[in-house]
Design a protein around this ligand. Structure first.
Ligand SMILES: Nc1ncnc2c1ncn2[C@@H]1O[C@H](COP(=O)(O)OP(=O)(O)O)[C@@H](O)[C@H]1O
Ligand SMILES: [Mg+2]
Length: 473
């Protein structure tokens, strides 16, 4: 955050000052939405949530050092009162980013936003101070809060933008107008809410519509719906992918024996070899996207290749690979799931199994529901179950209710599997089963939509004790 007086903030957000003895007092700390995170000089933004009302914590926030509260009503302590706290937060972010003049990179897509944002951050950090979305805080609150952590030193601001409907990306992109806008892919995440892939493309493409003429639209050459967005922007287009026309291109793409992507990276500055530390072939596309952004910001192909080869995971529960002392490998990809990411993760699991050779262990896919698929839900769960069999995964453990039964039935119908796929009712049952069955050399993938909370299984398998219960069963 840059230093702003309460009077300046009130003017920017069009708010009324209440209980402010000295409007020249400045906000120097971060803008926070959780009163427990207040630091001296913070601005505490109070939201009325479903269960807690931030306004009830206003006094506590000021006692903890907040300079003032951004609120929807007077709260008895220094406050800037507005009708719409979310809108005010956005307006403040817009004003601050404008004053900073930092280069904003915005990215969206159906799958891989967080992974790619973390890669971009690791590349750009080598060039200069970079601020990026922590985890997945990509909505109308998380985005301005992140943007407001930028300071005068910040050279790059990398912002993940999520959409649950038409107009959302437009809103976010107007708060912090990007010079570089990246669209990764159009898949079926939130298909239920959007209705069709074309509707999703319409919504994701809002990002490139706001780019200025001297901006750059970074588009996936391998995804026809993304590539078609070139016609919706005034900005210059930079294509990434494996297609021959891609400006930033992966060639000789292969997987290492243990399931990590390796490829030859081509950019307009030359060519260099990349072998990633991250697992899963879906990272090829994410890496090429990140490389395109870094190229646009002036990094050479050798710098980019080196950074991509060293990059790790910054956000939790995304293909987090841990080997236990007894030789069982747990792949915690339980952060989220949709049909594309399920397929990518299953292929990574199969590759890791193959890398262990014929006398290596077995591969286990512990999978749960993919949420928000609307009418496509049955067919998509069925298809994922079938793919597990086709990839020769040793055992599918489907966890949960109706959707899990569709996963298991797909696997059952696809093969001669029978007993090699199993349906269990909850995380604890999965853990009990795995604890009695796992052998050294086995690889276990854990994955489902966020709402399922299947990371409980991975965390339980990684606990030292073998008796522990699944937390929060
Ligand atoms: N390019 C991609 N295509 C398909 N799946 C992907 C891709 N990148 C990541 N994934 C998978 O999608 C899931 C969500 O990844 P994440 O990076 O958090 O995406 P998002 O932020 O878009 O939800 C993870 O399980 C990951 O393994
Ligand atoms: Mg995300």
């Amino acid at each position: 955050m840059i230093t702003l007086s309460l009077a300046e903030i009130a003017e920017i957000v069009g708010g009324q000052s209440y209980d402010i003895p000295d409007p020249a007092v400045t906000v120097t700390g971060p803008v926070v939405i959780d009163s427990r995170e207040v630091a001296p000089g913070s601005l505490f933004a109070a939201f009325a949530g479903e269960r807690v009302d931030g306004h009830d914590y206003a006094v506590r926030a000021v006692e903890a050092g907040a300079a003032a509260v951004l609120a929807a009503r007077p709260v008895g302590v220094p406050a800037i009162v507005v009708d719409d706290v979310v809108g005010a937060l956005g307006a403040l972010a817009r004003a601050v980013v404008e004053r900073l003049g930092t280069t904003v990179v915005g990215l969206t897509g159906s799958a891989g936003k967080t992974s790619t944002k973390d890669l971009i951050a690791q590349l750009l950090q080598r060039k200069g101070p970079t601020v990026w979305t922590p985890g997945s805080l990509n909505n109308e609150i998380g985005l301005p809060v992140t943007a407001l952590t930028a300071t005068a030193e910040t050279e790059h601001l990398v912002l993940e933008m999520g959409a649950r409907g038409v107009g959302h990306i437009h809103y976010l992109a107007n708060l912090t107008p990007p010079r570089i806008g990246l669209v990764l892919n159009v898949g079926s995440a939130h298909l239920g809410e959007f209705g069709s892939r074309e509707a999703i493309a319409q919504a994701k493409g809002e990002l490139v519509e706001v780019l200025p003429e001297d901006g750059c639209a970074v588009l996936n050459a391998d995804d026809p719906l993304v590539r078609a967005m070139a016609s919706r922007t005034k900005a210059r287009v930079l294509l990434f992918g494996e297609a021959p026309e891609a400006d930033v291109r992966g060639e000789k793409v292969r997987m290492t024996a243990d399931g990590r992507p390796a490829f030859e990276l081509h950019t307009p500055t030359g060519c260099s070899d990349v072998t990633m530390r991250l697992y899963g072939e879906h990272h090829v596309s994410n890496a090429l996207a990140a490389a395109a952004v870094a190229h646009e910001l002036g990094m050479s192909v050798t710098e980019i290749a080196e950074a991509l080869s060293e990059a790790g995971t910054l956000s939790r529960w995304r293909m987090e690979v841990t080997e236990r002392p007894d030789g069982v490998t747990v792949v915690n990809d339980a952060y989220n799931a949709n049909p594309e990411s399920m397929r990518a993760a299953l292929r990574a699991l199969a590759a890791m199994g193959q890398a262990r050779g014929a006398d290596g262990g077995r591969t286990w896919a512990v999978l749960g529901q993919m949420a928000e698929l609307g009418d496509a839900s049955l067919a998509e769960h069925d298809a994922v179950g079938r793919l597990a069999v086709r990839l020769n995964v040793s055992k599918l453990v489907a966890v949960g209710g109706r959707e899990a039964s569709w996963l298991q039935l797909g696997a059952y119908n696809e093969g001669s599997w029978g007993e090699e796929s199993v349906h269990v009712s909850d995380a604890q049952a999965a853990v009990d089963l795995l604890r009695s069955e796992l052998r050294p050399g086995d690889v276990v993938l854990v994955k489902a939509s966020r709402s399922v909370g299947l990371e409980k299984v991975a965390l339980a398998l990684l606990e030292n004790s073998t008796e522990g219960e699944v937390a929060g069963r």
